[in-house]
Design a binder for this molecule. Structure first.
Ligand SMILES: Nc1ncnc2c1ncn2[C@@H]1O[C@H](COP(=O)(O)OP(=O)(O)OP(=O)(O)O)[C@@H](O)[C@H]1O
Length: 303
């Protein structure tokens, strides 16, 4: 696992010890509690997690709409904590592209797909607009929707046009918040494959935040957030069996942060009655973790 703090220039997204505390009616909510994440340039990563785990908060910060309470965050080499107002506008126009769950937030309803793309490019003063619009609609397989308004497209077509609009100004990073939230399973798969396609074809670093449990079938890396921290990662790769046939292998890893902390799954803790402290042992090729037996026995005596 990569060190989130290393200054390697190819880290497209780097969050270190990110904290975001909201205060509402005098009550503090720690939406992010020291989140560490590094996404390399050109990677396609899904962020999953239960409702309230902090996914949208993270995306709000990465999109430049919100600022963290503590920690550091940089995207495409830009430190998001030190951006001035003008730089923030420039960042949102040129460095990142967004796809949101609601079509109404992605596309203007009274404009056609082509006009939506042209508008995004004229705001950012991107040149060669007609050619780029045609190429993007072609790449997303929605060229037939060029002269249609959103209401004349299916949900999947709307989201694929939204991806084209998000890519109009050649962002380095594409951020998507529940892009398949309003779609059925088959259409969701199409939209996720479209995102995988643009990641592969254009090399744009892509981060998809989703509840969609099938997302890990479409991406090589799925990061799970739990309680405002990255907890586990599923990595998928192509393996070869003893007959030489290729198949997908998915492996789950616990995330180890830069000072060596990791979160044990709740079911492990409950099954082995682990709490407060555990015994650790360094073995030749692994680390053993045991419950503190004395504590368990004395707990039993008490009852
Ligand atoms: N503006 C805000 N003011 C107060 N609390 C907030 C605010 N935004 C988020 N929170 C709280 O922060 C925590 C994380 O919320 P967040 O929306 O990031 O979670 P999420 O994983 O995106 O959830 P969902 O999947 O339901 O969208 C929640 O407890 C939420 O209530």
């Amino acid at each position: 696992m990569t060190d989130v703090t290393s200054p390697a220039p190819d880290a497209a997204i780097r969050c270190a010890d990110l904290v975001r505390i909201f205060t509402a009616d005098g009550v503090e909510v720690q939406a992010l509690q020291g989140l560490n994440l590094r996404v390399d340039s050109g990677e396609l990563v899904a962020i999953v997690g239960a409702s309230g785990s902090g996914k949208s908060t993270l995306l709000g910060i990465l999109s430049g709409l919100d600022k963290p309470t503590a920690g550091s965050v940089s995207v495409a080499g830009r430190d998001l904590l030190t951006l001035g107002n003008r730089e923030r506008v420039d960042y949102r126009r040129h460095t990142v592209g967004f796809v949101w769950q609601q079509t109404s937030r992605n596309l203007l309803g009274y404009l056609t797909a082509r006009e939506n793309l042209a508008l995004a490019m004229s705001v950012a003063r991107t040149g060669d607009r007609d050619r780029r619009a045609a190429e993007l609609l072609e790449l997303l397989e929605v060229a037939h929707c060029a002269d249609r308004r959103p209401t004349e497209m299916s949900g999947g077509e709307q989201q694929r046009v939204a991806i084209a609009v998000a890519l109009a100004n050649e962002p380095r990073v594409l951020l998507a918040d529940e892009p398949t939230g309003e779609l059925d399973e088959a259409t969701s798969a199409e939209v996720l494959e479209a995102m995988r396609g643009v990641n592969r074809e254009l090399g744009v670093t892509t981060l998809i935040v989703t509840h969609d449990p099938t997302v890990s079938e479409h991406v090589a890396r799925t990061v799970q957030i739990r309680d405002g921290r990255t907890a586990t990662e599923v990595l998928r790769r192509t393996g070869v069996n003893e007959h030489g046939d290729e198949h997908m292998v998915a492996e789950e890893f616990a995330v180890l942060d830069r000072v060596g902390r990791l979160q044990l799954p709740q079911e492990y803790l409950t099954t082995l009655g682990m709490r407060d402290r555990v015994r650790l042992a360094l073995e030749q090729d692994h680390v053993g973790v045991w419950p503190h037996e004395d504590r368990r026995e004395s707990d039993g005596d008490d009852s």
